[in-house]
Write a protein that binds this ligand. Structure first.
Ligand code: FEO
Ligand code: CA
Ligand code: CA
Length: 660
């Protein structure tokens, strides 16, 4: 057992994501930025205009005569940054709760009763901590769709009565967590498919739709791709290494061009417990992945989560899972060709030559940015048969060079150091231990890569780096002047001639986040960014169909930034590049996830995750929230009803396009 048990759930995430386990000598992003933007380069004028705009602002741009906006600007009145018990949206908009934790999903599901929860009920009801949201229109309609939702993790102290604030002590936490409560937690993980429809201008769930589905930590799934049947994938319950139960800690994701849902297993290590010391067959790899994480007590009741008893079960998690939301009986498939790490999202784009390119972040301090390029090409007539593209392709990790290029390094067995002598006897091992393979290739250690999102019109690729508070002073210099990157930044990559399959891109910085009024922070924003407009900790993002970028954050608090998490609108080009405006904010303690626009841009769906969590960071509350004593009872505000993670749909009161 590790000391990480004596923490709140929020602190466990902070610990995992902010204390990296990558002790390779690979360069950090800070070192690369420092080298790239050296004073000598600036004097030589070697920087791209986009980098200059982030560095020097509009005056220089205006002088250069090159500032032109390719996309429309945002038209809404900014909201004040701050925090209270409720959510807030820009004037002229409404933000309506679509579905809450515990609401019925599958036909026959009971209504939520927080004092009478069972695993059987939870398997039919909306899960906890909604994260990624994806929309699959039905018959191309603007008012009818499937909404897919990831349920990332559970906060037992907020979900269940009687757990108490002392859940942060492992003895109390594990003592109070019965098998039934564990099974409720497992049922509250995974994902949800919902048929939704706009009726009289309001989006609503189609109650009892046969398409509505819950996926949990116990749902049978297939293993697909090169690691299928490999010895490292075999367990006592599955000696074939071809089937697995459930998906864990599903964070962000993507929708494929053929309408399936890609869901990323992120901090899967937290669900495993036991001992993986010397002598454990996976000891070295488990150390790099932080397994076992000892966050949950599931291993007390289910042997597969005990790495001592079942040494390979953890190898079967940490993948991108493909789910067909149009068929409630379909078997989800873990697509092993996309590699195993702590997956944030899987946003993707059909390259100009027809190959599918999927961008992925490994969200841990000092971990890597990846992309996957299919070998075959997307066939619009082939429908779901295109899923074969996810089993046959090349996974790459990114090396960001000081000359402004990105080198994509292939994780291919036999390439460079990826040989049997170095612990990679075959391609399956390269993919199962993708972090180790990327270490060997010399990928660049990043500041917690979250969403990596290609812009469908400009072909720019945005990399959201949420923070890395432990970057050392010797890893930065005047060009990247932050002794610790507490607030994150956004890198913008450009593929050559829009070729996402190319192995060499260029890169720039879009913004450096944090409070621009505090010089030591070293934040860089575009002109006109107000005291409400700046943010910290970019996490998820969405590009609307006007081509504009919207940012969702995770980690703001009174102590960190004096503001709650939410949605900000961020200009990406022209004179106002890097300018940010505050559009929506969460209730206290909540993170904002999964922003997604309908095809007509008349609705923005967002996931409000873990309201009340981390409330000791909020001056107005100042203590850990519990079921009995939460910082907010959002969204119901009823005595006895705990806070409930919920999907919110934002529309303009006049029914118009969001942000115009
Ligand atoms: Fe689950 Fe990286 O956020
Ligand atoms: Ca995230
Ligand atoms: Ca996050």
């Amino acid at each position: 057992m590790t000391g990480s048990l004596a923490m709140t759930r929020a602190q466990q995430f902070e610990e995992s994501e902010n204390i990296g386990r990558n002790d390779t000598p690979n360069p950090t992003m800070g070192e690369v930025i420092a080298a790239r933007y050296s004073r000598r380069d600036l004097m030589r004028g070697a920087l791209a205009v986009t980098a200059i705009s982030a560095t020097f602002g509009p005056a220089l741009l205006a002088a250069s005569g090159v500032a032109k906006a390719a996309t429309p600007s945002f038209g809404f009145d900014e909201i004040p940054a701050g925090v209270d018990e409720n959510h807030h949206v820009a004037p002229g908009y409404r933000a309506d709760v679509l579905i809450r934790w515990g609401d019925p999903v599958v036909a026959g599901a009971p209504e939520f009763d927080p004092m009478a929860q069972t695993a059987e009920k939870q398997r039919l009801q909306f899960g906890y901590n909604n994260d990624y949201l994806g929309l699959v229109p039905i018959d191309g309609a603007d008012d009818h769709a499937l909404l897919v939702v990831n349920h990332e993790y559970t906060n037992e102290e907020l979900m269940f009565p009687g757990i108490g604030a002392e859940q942060s002590a492992k003895e109390v936490m594990f003592k109070n967590m019965t098998k039934e409560l564990v099974d409720i937690e497992m049922a509250a993980h995974g994902g949800t498919v919902l048929e939704i429809r706009k009726v009289d201008g309001r989006w609503q769930v189609v109650k009892d739709s046969p398409l509505n589905r819950r996926i949990t930590a116990d749902t049978p799934m297939a293993i697909g791709g090169p690691a299928t049947g490999h010895d490292l994938m075999k367990t006592s319950a599955d000696p074939t290494g071809t089937q697995v139960l459930g998906m864990l800690n599903n964070c962000a994701g993507g929708i494929t061009p053929w309408g399936t849902w890609l869901s990323g297993e992120e901090n899967f290590h937290g669900y495993f417990w036991g001992e993986a010391g010397e002598g454990h067959p996976n000891a070295a790899a488990f150390k790099r992945y932080g397994i076992p994480g000892n966050w949950y007590s599931w291993g007390a009741h289910h042997d597969r989560f005990d790495v001592t008893k079942e040494p390979n079960e953890a190898n079967r998690h940490g993948w991108i899972v493909e789910i067909d939301p149009s068929d409630p009986n379909s078997v989800p498939v873990k697509r092993t060709a996309l590699g195993r790490f702590k997956h944030e999202g899987a946003e993707n784009i059909v390259n100009k030559d027809g190959r599918l390119v999927i961008y992925m972040g490994d969200d841990e301090r000092f971990d890597y940015v990846y992309k996957y390029v299919s070998n075959g090409t997307f066939d619009p007539a082939a429908g779901k048969a295109n899923s074969a593209l996810l089993d046959d392709g090349v996974l790459y990790a990114a090396r960001y060079d000081a000359d402004g290029t990105v080198e994509w390094l292939p994780l291919v067995h036999g390439h460079g150091p990826l040989t049997a002598e170095n612990g990679f006897p075959d391609q399956a091992t390269v993919l199962i231990n993708a972090r180790l393979a990327a270490d060997a290739l010399g990928a660049t250690k990043m500041d917690r890569p979250e969403d990596v999102e290609p812009h469908p019109k400009t072909n720019k690729v945005f990399v959201l780096l949420t923070n890395n508070s432990r970057r050392k002073a010797e890893q930065i210099d005047a060009a990247n002047p932050r002794a610790e990157n507490r607030f994150g930044h956004i890198v913008e990559m450009t593929p050559p001639d829009g070729d996402h399959a190319a192995t060499k891109f260029t890169w720039d910085i879009l913004v450096k986040c944090g409070d621009p009024s505090i010089a030591e922070v070293g934040a860089v924003w575009g002109p006109g960014t107000s005291k409400d407009g700046w943010f910290g900790m970019p996490d998820n993002c969405a590009v609307d169909h006007q081509g504009r970028l919207w940012i969702a954050t995770d980690g703001n608090s009174d102590k960190a930034t004096g503001r709650s998490d939410g949605v900000w609108a961020l200009e990406t080009d022209g004179e106002s590049r890097g300018s940010s405006k505050h559009f929506f904010r969460c209730p206290v303690g909540a993170e904002l996830c999964g922003p997604i626009f309908t095809a007509d841009d008349r609705a923005l769906f967002v996931a409000v995750q873990h309201p009340s969590d981390d409330s000791d960071q909020w001056a107005g509350f100042g203590r850990v929230s519990t079921f009995e004593d939460p910082a907010t009872r959002w969204p119901d505000f009823k005595d006895g009803m705990p806070p409930r993670p919920s999907v919110v749909v934002i529309t303009k009161e006049d029914g118009g396009i969001i942000g115009s």
